[in-house]
Structures are given as structure tokens and as C-alpha cells.
Design a binder for this molecule. Structure first.
Ligand SMILES: [Mg+2]
Length: 109
């Protein structure tokens, strides 16, 4: 399995360093609010698509995925603001998956 997300993580950090020096020192509430804002933008597009009609005109799956990319970027920045690296975050995700798998595995017998 390749780790393309690791390269993306590094690229987001690099660009953030270039465009927003000191971003790692910004407080958690800033990043949490930014993350919530991007989730809200995604939800608003999903709502418009569900409603249909003229407001859904030109609303493509690609535009929804672009909002999810914004969510990912702010999710990463929020994790970084907590001092969490990409490998650490990946390990936490794998741990969560293992917990779900364990809950869904029927007990032997
Ligand atoms: Mg956005």
C-alpha cells in the first residue's frame, strides 16, 4: 500500500508554512472553528443538491468533493495544532478501525 496521504500531509504543511507563517502556534479554537466551517460548507452543498431545483444547477459531485478536501486540510491543521504528526494520526485511525472490527466480530463459539 502506498502512503500518498503522507505526501499530501507534507504538502499541506509546506504550503501552510509558506502562506501562513506561525500557523502551528495558532490556538485550537481557531482550527476547530475553521474545520466546523468547512464541514458546514459541505453540508450546505449536500442540502442544496438534495433540494434540487435551480439552486442545485451546476452543483457537481466534484464540487462536493472539493469541500471535503477543505475539510481534510482543516482536519489536518487541527491535528497538527495538537502536535499530532501524520504517522501518529494514521496510527490512531488504524486503532479506531481495529476497535470497530473487534465490535463487529462475533465472539467465538
Ligand atoms: Mg470550503
Amino acid at each position: 500500500m502506498t502512503n500518498d496521504m503522507g505526501a499530501v500531509w507534507d504538502e499541506v504543511n509546506r504550503m501552510s508554512d509558506e502562506t501562513f507563517p506561525g500557523w502551528r502556534a495558532v490556538n485550537l479554537l481557531y482550527w476547530a472553528t475553521s474545520l466546523a466551517g468547512e464541514v458546514g460548507e459541505f453540508c450546505n452543498l449536500a442540502k442544496k443538491r438534495e433540494e434540487g431545483g435551480p439552486r442545485a444547477q451546476g452543483l457537481t459531485t466534484g464540487s462536493l468533493v472539493e469541500e471535503l478536501a477543505d475539510v481534510y486540510i482543516y482536519l489536518q491543521k487541527t491535528a497538527e495544532s495538537l502536535g499530532t504528526s501524520q504517522p501518529q494520526f494514521a496510527a490512531v485511525i488504524r486503532g479506531k478501525l481495529a476497535q470497530v472490527r473487534a465490535r463487529q466480530t462475533p465472539p467465538p463459539g
